[in-house]
Design a protein around this ligand. Structure first.
Ligand SMILES: Cc1cc2nc3c(=O)[nH]c(=O)nc-3n(C[C@H](O)[C@H](O)[C@H](O)COP(=O)(O)O)c2cc1C
Ligand code: SF4
Length: 454
């Protein structure tokens, strides 16, 4: 039986963004019921027991994060909704905000009720003008209906939602960069600890959650834990640290495909199924060569590389929280699947990748600022046909040394900059070597590289 979307169930309806239609479909009944019948702790427990893991990239268990807030804190406690969505080819949050903002807002209201926050800041990517205006209209509708503001529906619960237009940089999505930006400063990530749950926005305890995570909260509270756990992938019994990959997921399919789109499916679909069955296959009758399984920062899979003791290839890995890691990618990331066809040069692909991260590095940490710049300079000379024999090893060496994991930077942007470099070179080394040997100049080499934004 084909999967029936839940998170995207309403998006094709006319006026799907309006309060009237949302209420006609049962919207806000869950929130009203929670206000009346549930203690805040029960909402936290339900989200925790559902196994929901954050959809923003790191997959951290949502309910567990909420329990990190200090107990009996006098307040204020804040929620920051992360709608910065700047990972290349990722647009699932935008669809939710433009087409079904009330589903997200109900999740925000349930979350704030659960951890006793009276203020949510909704940080929306600068470029998302339509989403921002749609959200503002939805928030206005809620105030007019008495569902936001003081003493909501006579329950004693008070909540304000404040929209904030982002500052136009990828780093504004890193949770502490977002908080700095919200406070009116340059989005320079903070050294952690303290984590935001202890000291976040305006130095107060703060939860940062992604838009899709909060839409899942609405559906978990509405449909229950059993429904959520009936979808996706349970924990791997051989891995005691695996928390499973439950629930529905929005995947964006992009790059060299016939039918790029955002689809909702249970966690765990393979890349091949997603591209061939939902993305209309690779365009122009070509074959896929490489794929980013979850945004640029997760690295590349090689479609031809066989998995150990199997006829399957890296193209067949499941898109759950564990799948991409099994083929040396960083993780599921934003579940934005970008396909590169077999007519495309990996030298051009990698140069473009390095240009993005060098431009977006905030420049605070020397290994990230300089490392992303070096990787761009090296890939730039490779595409100009002036690559050197030693360049590939230097690139991998730089990529291995920058990031939180090697312990040299403040935030994960540097890990995300290194991962595509090391996976591309390790998985497509012969192509890079041949390009260096041939000394051929890329047809794109006339465009200028922009080294660093700082
Ligand atoms: C460089 C960088 C950019 C990020 N961009 C986003 C983003 O645009 N949206 C997002 O939700 N999380 C982003 N994250 C992850 C956030 O720091 C944070 O983990 C997430 O918002 C938590 O929400 P969740 O638990 O609901 O997933 C980014 C992380 C890094 C290192
Ligand atoms: S790792 Fe890069 S982006 Fe992150 S704080 Fe350091 S310099 Fe800035």
């Amino acid at each position: 039986m084909p999967y029936e979307p839940i998170l995207l169930a309403r998006v094709a309806q006319p006026d799907s963004h309006r309060l009237e239609g949302y209420r006609a479909d049962g919207g806000y009944a869950t929130f009203e019921r929670a206000l009346k019948d549930l203690k805040p702790e029960q909402v936290v427990a339900q989200v925790k027991d559902s196994g929901l893991r954050g959809r923003g990239g790191a997959g951290f268990p949502t309910g567990l994060k909420w329990t990190f807030l200090p107990k009996d804190h006098p307040g204020p406690i804040y929620l920051c909704v992360n709608a910065d969505e700047s990972e290349p080819c990722t647009y699932n949050n935008r669809i939710l905000m433009e087409k079904d903002p009330h589903q997200v807002l109900e999740g925000i209201m349930l979350a704030c009720y659960a951890f006793k926050s009276q203020k949510a800041f909704f940080y929306v990517r600068y470029e998302y003008g339509d989403a921002f205006r749609t959200l503002q209209a939805a928030v206005d509708e809620l105030y007019a209906a008495g569902l936001l503001g003081q003493n909501i529906l006579g329950s004693g619960f008070t909540l304000d939602v404040v929209l904030h237009r982002g500052a136009g940089a990828y780093i504004c999505g890193e949770e502490t960069g977002l908080i700095e930006s919200l406070e009116g400063k340059r989005a320079w990530p903070r050294i952690k600890p303290p984590f935001p749950a202890i000291e976040g926005a305006f130095r107060k305890p703060t939860i940062v959650n992604n838009v899709e995570t909060l839409a899942c909260v609405t559906q978990i509270m509405k449909r229950g834990i059993d429904w959520f756990k009936s979808l996706g992938v349970p924990p791997d019994p051989k891995n005691p640290r695996d928390a499973g990959s439950y629930g529905p997921k929005l995947y964006t399919i992009a790059g060299h495909v016939n039918d790029p789109k955002c689809v909702e499916l249970p966690m765990g679909i393979t890349i091949r199924e997603l591209v061939e069955q939902h993305g209309g296959g690779v365009w122009k009758g070509r074959k896929a060569k490489a794929v980013n399984p979850g945004g640029l920062s997760m690295g590349y899979v090689n479609v031809e590389t066989k998995l150990k003791d199997s006829d399957l290839t890296e193209y067949d890995i499941p898109l759950d929280f564990n799948g991409p890691g099994r083929v040396a990618c960083l993780g599921l990331g934003t579940a934005a699947v970008t396909v590169i066809d077999d007519h495309t040069s990996m030298v051009d692909v990698l140069h473009n990748t390095c240009q993005f991260f060098s431009h977006e590095s905030c420049g605070q940490c020397t290994p990230c600022r300089e490392g992303t710049g070096w990787m761009l300079k090296i890939t730039d000379r490779m595409r100009r046909g002036q690559g050197r024999k030693e360049d590939l090893d230097i690139l991998v060496d730089v990529a291995d040394r920058i990031g939180i994991m090697p312990g040299t930077t403040i935030c994960g942007l540097a890990d995300g900059a290194g991962w595509p470099v090391k996976t591309a070179i390790r998985k497509f080394r012969a192509e890079f070597e041949a390009a260096i040997k041939s000394g051929e100049k890329s047809k794109y080499a006339k465009t200028l590289s922009v080294v660093g934004a700082h």
